[in-house]
Design a protein around this ligand. Structure first.
Ligand SMILES: C[S@@+](CC[C@H](N)C(=O)[O-])C[C@H]1O[C@@H](n2cnc3c(N)ncnc32)[C@H](O)[C@@H]1O
Length: 270
């Protein structure tokens, strides 16, 4: 992963991301309190990693539909989940979350996992999720305003976030990729008419010793940040950041390494 064009949605990235945050994601799924028999729509399901966690929670009798614009990711989900004991309770379909083929109120819960950051028109995506839900819509998001890589120096860390924020504000990615989604979701849910909107924060942390997946995830994250911030960094800042993530002498193998970022679950009742 070398530049910002990948926009953090490729299959290897999604697999590493999921493995690196697996326990955090399990906690989020537990907190959703899905019930046996529920029908769940996993919008923008990608490789189906949340889909199978939902299937466990809604068994027996529940169903989960994974829905994504990427045929490649849906194919991976179908292949990867072949033989899963709950495979019959999971379906996968390709399509766009702006206009889904599902009936009104077809699902108890509609889940959007790291999807709203890609929405060209967020209210359209949320209204469509609301249309097909009979109970609630849940969006899981992240926000690059709150991210720490330590022992990267505090000033360099702040400079990197500031430069990346400036880059995406002054030159928004096309197709859209909003890395400051979490802070906007509470208001966005309210603005399209959801009731009892709640937003719950999760601090996702990674510490020494890091798994191989966590290292790949962190390096990809740091690489994306540097590529995005690049127009507003000095050569010295660029080099300092690069050497901080050097595979041999960088920060990831230090015992005092600490990473954290903020993610949120926003829930709105229909
Ligand atoms: C960051 S990935 C998250 C995947 C999965 N939810 C996860 O957390 O592992 C975002 C997903 O949204 C999908 N996506 C982007 N735009 C979409 C659209 N307009 N309609 C449906 N899916 C879309 C991408 O293909 C990708 O799988």
């Amino acid at each position: 992963m070398t530049d910002r064009d990948l926009q953090l949605s490729t299959l290897p990235w999604l697999l590493d991301h999921h493995e690196a945050k697996y326990l955090d994601r399990r906690r989020m799924v537990d907190d959703l309190a899905l019930r046996p028999g529920d029908a769940v729509l996993d919008q923008g399901c990608g490789p189906g990693l949340w889909t199978s966690m939902f299937a466990e929670k809604v068994a027996p009798g529940g169903t989960v539909v994974g829905f994504d614009i990427s045929q490649e990711l849906i194919d991976y989900a179908v292949t990867h989940l072949t033989g899963h004991p709950l495979r019959n309770s999971m379906q996968f379909e390709v399509g766009t979350f702006e206009a889904t083929p599902f009936d009104d109120a077809a699902f108890d819960t509609v889940f959007l996992g790291n999807c709203c950051c890609y929405a060209a028109d967020l209210p359209v995506v949320l209204k469509e999720a609301k249309r097909v839900s009979r109970e609630r819509v849940v969006s899981k998001d992240f926000d690059d305003g709150a991210m720490i890589f330590y022992p990267v120096g505090e000033h360099l860390m702040a400079r990197m976030l500031e430069a990346a924020a400036r880059a995406v504000t002054e030159n928004p990615p096309e197709p859209p990729f909003d890395t400051f989604t979490a802070r906007k979701m509470h208001g966005a849910f309210r603005s399209v008419g959801f009731q009892q909107v709640t937003t719950r924060p999760y601090v996702v942390q990674m510490t020494y010793p890091l798994s191989a997946a966590a290292k790949r995830y962190l390096i990809a994250n740091a690489t994306w940040l540097a590529a995005t911030a690049e127009p507003y960094l000095s050569e010295q800042e660029r080099q300092q950041w690069e050497s901080a993530f050097d595979p041999v002498s960088g920060v990831l193998d230090r015992e005092d390494f600490y990473f954290c970022m903020m993610e949120t679950l926003t829930v709105g009742r229909v």
